[in-house]
Write a protein that binds this ligand. Sequence first.
Ligand code: OXD
Ligand code: MN
Length: 596
Amino acid sequence: MTTAIQNWVEEIAALTQPDKIRWINGSEQDEMNQLLVTHGTFTQLNPEKRPNSFLARTNPADVARVEERTFICSEREQDAGPTNNWRAPAEMRTKLNSMFEGSMRGRTMYVIPFAMGPIGSDMTRYGVELTDSAYVVSSMMIMTRVSDKVLDEINNGADWVPAVHSVGVPLAPGEKDVPWPCAPEDVHVVQFPETKEIWSYGSGYGGNSLLGKKAMSLRIGSTMARDEGWLAEHMLLIRITAPTGKQYNVAAAFPSACGKTNLAMLKPSLPGYKVETIGDDITWIAPSKSGKLKAINPEFGLFGVAPGTGPDTNQHALDSMKENAVFTNVAMTDDGDVWWEGLGEAPDHLTDWLGQDWTPESETPAAHPNSRFCVPMSQAPTVSPDWESKEGFELDAILFGGRRATNVPLVTESRDWNHGVFMGATIASEQTAAAEGPVGQLRRDPFAMLPFCGYNMADYWNHWLELGGKLSNPPKIFQVNWFRKDENGKIMWPGFSENTRVIDWIISRLENEAKGEATPIGRIPATNELNIEGLGLDQPTMDKIMAVDSDSWLAEADMIESFFDGFGLALPKEMTRQLHWLRSQLELQKNNLVSS
Ligand code: OXD
Ligand code: MN
């Protein structure tokens, strides 16, 4: 055992004062699940319907990531940038010390050694999470590779990220625990980028407590990536086989709850296509020897949004959760199975996510809008046989998307890498239930990384620009939007499986077969280039789906400018240049002059 880890465990135990310390080696899944059932945190689902699967109901105040309580504590405020909550490290340490003092009293502190990425890959990074929550132990065993081998790697000199988590509810001797202990008033999710440390307090919800995921793989990950010359991204990763037999690796960044898992498990609607899942939420990307980018999924499981996942939207996801699944805040059927909005017709009676009776007449949803399923990646029927490849997958294309009712066409190809970075930097999306805050409001979510970038977002754009400049064969970058609405508020594009048609066009651009049509915002499919056969969409609707309206885009350019202004001098000049170019092209289009 490494002395460094041992010393750290003892130091945190001295601070948090748990009753017991338990080292986890990856073999404890069943034991933890049974413990959680006994404790009342888990309800075992009907084994005949869903073997070895469990439902957790959280405290109703602990259901999502809490962005206003997520902190980046870099030495200099400007290194956190205007999109992060910054606190001075010393001030935060004092606060954390008093919050964590005695916070594990009456509980067991679990020591979880975990790997993000296949153990032994040069792209993999290691971490150790200390937690007083058995729910976190059970979920970390699904979401990450928990193993003694991690300690061996660390013993052999690998770097590791220390992560401390407490639900923040110490127990007095003899005090009875509640099924879902948490301290919602005091939630803190804290990252120290310079020392690569994570501290999370007060929440058991996965996005705040499974520290290998957002905290390590994205917030600390992005700072490691900046320092070491790679990219840690909020992206899905898929391998597509085209009818020609040729394979393409594609990564795509969409904000939370905007369909990454659906695209990651796409059931192609066009004959001859096949999509294999490599990852659905996080992708780590590094330059390859051949001047391309190669990518891995550092995670080991899926932690997907349940509502909206149904036979028409994502049958593959449903197939992945037939057994060995942990559900959180979904509804329960009278025969002990799960249900959520979007799964099909509602049964006459359910127990809702709050544990109350529910009928189709009820006015509240049966499942919380951010309720989740958590299953091993290997259970996805679409999982690539190579998904654990240590070498990674060379990327052919990167997609950026968001949920946009207006302005943004179905698909747009960037002119080049730098323009692609501008596209990523200017993603906006209507807010969803994955984080606290008003659902539906448009917010800029650059690279879908707004809540996940561990340093100044403007420096992050610069890192992307610099990295791209070093690649001899960078992937092509596209923007997609499945969510454009007509004047009656109806989404015009059928989406889901039919997104294969967009992929089909993207591949024909990669092969230089389709020519596309240049617009001020990039290249869109020329009329007849997108295969819409059998969709029943008429040309006027397609025109609306693809339209690039000069006036609305000039207004969008103003919005982008005020967003960029917030970054002050840190904003890369290249971003301003791209914005000028966009405006000038829009003016040309508006005046009916030729655009490039
Ligand atoms: C997630 C999120 O849970 O992005 O993946 O919030
Ligand atoms: Mn996510």
